[in-house]
Design a protein around this ligand. Structure first.
Ligand code: SAH
Ligand code: SF4
Ligand code: F3S
Length: 479
């Protein structure tokens, strides 16, 4: 009797599921980090870790960090201070907390992180995420682990494919990294050091992942790369493909109705990619094409390897192919040696292009980059003043672009419930958030709406029918 009871208890112990652990992931920086965080979450799910939104209940806290500007990197250390307190509190209750630092700060600073923040248990760079489960096991056994080699093996081959359930929970749009790293070495930028050399994922891997996403209900995929338009690979036809050809292949996947890509470098915008903007309806009319500055002298010092005139000519060709394309860009003010005249060249190029959206930053000297060593660093107050003037112009332009949509009929991909009952929020082809009436359709539908109002952050709409209209190009708008 006793024996029998003991036997069944042993059996129960064997079939009992391992205790579920929880992981809290916080992501900083660019979309590629968002994608990487998802892939790490998928890898950890296979180890029994479920995501949580509450840091206090997390057995593993993972910060996926960004090193692009000083502020971004320093934020990580203040966050680590806060997490250490939580770890101490949990320890008092006998609960273990593993703290991990991933991403570009991990790659750039490695062991230094353990010195500055001794509560950290593991540091893992972007090239080695497939080793995370093994690294985690070592950390839980009491080792402090720093894993920042440039792995020779293909991490994507070793990471579990995104699970259908996880993809569904993330919504109807998805990121898909196709290219990583950068060989361009702009003199202000850390990315070539943190992400390593340019590597393109093979066509078969990309197509298989895009098909899985589509099967799980994703309608829109954004291809990611630090230099996404430098992507190249051998196609199934044995020919060398560039991003344009890849987009045509992805457009054949049933259910995928919208394609985007980011971030592009002006030097890698080839004819085939411009032709894709002309011929491929599924490729959204939006292009993020950073120029950084408008002065040739500064562009040269930045090692961008193109002039302002090259950039303007390129945009003219792109707009000839796709007149309703919305341009987006990145700008840096206060690069070493930038004079007021150089800055005025930036203002001029912004006026000449007419941006629908843009990101602008004060130059931040980064350790190990040539820019940090340059003389003539610009005082912070001057940077502040230039940034303010540039942002005022860019805001005016994005508002003018949004305003140009009022009264027009456009297609919107509905992504999630809105803030108020009866509302859904989606995106326009030009990436603006659009508030729609739930009578227009449900999440995952691409619906036709008429824009009734342009607010500072989103467009309002009413259901509509009939053909979608193109936008008036902002070219030469000289706002
Ligand atoms: N690969 C992309 C951009 C990567 S970083 C490209 O080539 O355009 C994203 C943006 O951050 C850059 O476009 C740049 O505008 C900004 N940035 C990069 N390094 C910076 C620095 N040291 N200081 C300020 N802004 C920076
Ligand atoms: Fe950085 Fe320049 Fe490479 Fe872009 S192209 S990631 S800005 S080095
Ligand atoms: Fe930041 Fe690394 Fe992306 S430095 S912008 S997270 S590539």
């Amino acid at each position: 009797m006793l024996e029998a009871a003991g036997g069944s208890a042993a059996l129960e112990a064997k079939t009992e599921r391992p205790v579920e652990k929880k992981v809290f992931v916080k992501t900083y920086g660019c979309q590629m980090n968002v994608y990487d965080s998802q892939r790490m979450t998928d890898a950890l799910a296979a180890e029994g870790y479920r995501p949580t939104e509450s840091i206090e209940e997390a057995d593993l806290v993972l910060l996926n960090t960004c090193h692009i500007r000083e502020k971004a990197a320093e934020k990580v250390y203040s966050e680590l201070g806060r997490i250490r307190q939580i770890k101490d509190e949990r320890a008092k209750q006998g609960r273990e907390t593993v703290i991990g630092v991933a991403g570009c700060v991990a790659q750039a600073e490695g062991r230094e992180i353990l010195r500055r923040a001794p509560a950290v248990d593991l540091v893992i760079g972007p090239q080695t995420y497939h080793r995370l489960p093994a690294v985690l096991r070592r950390a839980r056994a009491g080792d402090k682990v720093v894993e920042t080699d440039y792995a020779i093996e293909d991490k994507f081959e070793h990471l579990p494919a995104p699970a259908r359930k996880a993809v569904r929970s993330r919504g109807v749009t998805a990121f898909l990294t196709v290219q990583e790293g950068c060989d361009k070495f702009c003199t202000f930028c850390v990315v070539p050091y943190t992400r390593g050399a340019e590597v393109s994922r093979p066509v078969s891997q990309i197509v298989a992942e895009a098909e899985r996403l589509a099967e799980a209900g994703v309608r829109e995929v954004t291809l990611l790369g630090q230099n996404v338009n430098a992507w190249h690979g051998e196609g199934p036809d044995g020919r060398e493909w560039g991003l344009g050809r890849l987009l045509f292949r992805l457009a054949e996947i049933p259910g995928l109705d919208r394609l985007r890509y980011t971030t592009s470098h002006p030097r890698d915008m080839d004819d085939a990619l411009i032709a894709a903007h002309r011929d491929l309806d599924k490729l959204m009319p939006y292009l993020h094409l950073p120029v950084q500055a408008g002065s040739d002298r500064i562009l040269k010092a930045m090692n961008r390897r193109h002039t302002a005139a090259d950039y303007l000519r390129l945009i003219e060709r792109i707009r000839a192919a796709r007149p309703d394309i919305a341009m987006s860009g990145d700008f840096i003010v206060g690069f070493p040696g930038e004079t007021e005249e150089d800055f005025q060249d930036t203002m001029r190029i912004v006026r000449a292009v007419g941006y629908a959206q843009a990101f602008s930053f004060k130059y931040s000297p980064r350790p190990g980059t040539p820019g940090a060593e340059m003389e003539d660093q610009v005082p912070d107050a001057v940077k502040d003043d230039r940034l303010q003037r540039l942002q005022a112009l860019l805001t005016e332009q994005s508002q003018a672009f949004a305003q140009s949509l009022v009264g027009r009929t456009i297609d919107v991909l509905l992504e999630k419930p809105g803030r108020h009952p009866g509302q859904l929020v989606g995106r326009s082809p030009w990436l603006q958030p659009v508030v729609a009436d739930e009578r227009a359709g449900t999440v995952g539908d691409i619906v036709r709406v008429r824009i009734t109002h342009a607010g500072p952050n989103s467009l309002l709409s009413e259901p509509a029918s009939g053909p979608a209209e193109m936008t008036k190009s902002l070219k030469g708008a000289h706002v």
